[in-house]
Write a protein that binds this ligand. Structure first.
Ligand SMILES: N[C@@H](CCC(=O)N[C@@H](CS)C(=O)NCC(=O)O)C(=O)O
Length: 217
């Protein structure tokens, strides 16, 4: 039986692929695993049926037989462990690729999320204008370090891995801010991720959900 993931019935990002079901769809496409999607209205995400799957009332979740997972990192790690193609076989290379998944989620994503908070949740506060440059500088510092490590390589550790998938998914959130453009090697890195056929299939699938919802199709 195919796994089932959850996604927004109407994504607040209007189908730009920034909701976290996108990275899970991408991983499933990379390994060639078909999947089902259960779409949820925002209110349904906060109801007991969904809270039983996801204690924080969010998407994505992942159901496969009697296994239920939440947290995109855990879900993608599970997919990468169960299928070939997202993690190297060599144990050390595998550990390094997993390290990049953690780096994406626990070092790179937090300052990027902070930018959304600063803009959309704190934008009307008296101190917002003073805080925004600090938030942006924290991102720049992190991207400078990442770009130094990536150097001229296509991917972070040899071949494309779940570490790159997660890092690209996280960096994509910065596109609209213009900050990514300040780091041409990272822009090119993200573009390489977006050019992957699996990424394109996943992007098209999540966009189709938004388009159908907004046109009533
Ligand atoms: N750390 C979680 C974050 C999940 C998350 O923030 N999901 C967002 C969509 S991308 C969500 O459900 N937002 C609605 C809410 O928090 O109420 C993960 O990586 O899966």
């Amino acid at each position: 039986m195919n796994p089932t993931i959850t996604a927004f019935a109407t994504s607040p990002d209007r189908g730009r692929g920034l909701a976290r079901d996108m990275r899970v769809r991408w991983a499933l496409e990379e390994v060639g695993q078909p999947y089902e999607v259960r779409l949820l209205a925002f209110e349904a995400m906060k109801e007991p049926a969904h809270l039983a799957l996801h204690p924080f009332g969010q998407i994505p979740t992942y159901e496969e037989g009697d296994l239920t997972l939440f947290e995109s990192g855990s879900i993608i790690f599970h997919i990468a462990e169960r299928h070939a193609g997202l993690l190297p076989r060599d144990p050390n290379a595998r550990a390094r690729a997993i390290t990049w998944m953690f780096a994406a989620l626990s070092t790179v994503e937090p300052p990027i999320l902070d930018l959304s908070v600063a803009k959309f949740q704190e934008g009307d506060k008296s101190w917002a204008e003073q805080r925004l440059p600090l938030v942006k500088d924290r991102i720049r510092r992190c991207l400078a370090q990442l770009s130094r490590r990536l150097g001229d390589a296509d991917w972070l550790e040899g071949d494309f891995s779940a570490g790159d998938l997660m890092m690209v998914a996280v960096l994509l959130r910065l596109k609209a801010s213009g900050i990514l453009d300040e780091f041409p090697s990272l822009s090119a890195y993200v573009a390489r991720g977006e050019a992957r056929p699996a990424y394109k299939r996943a992007f098209a699938a999540q966009l189709a959900v938004f388009t159908a919802a907004s046109t009533g199709a």
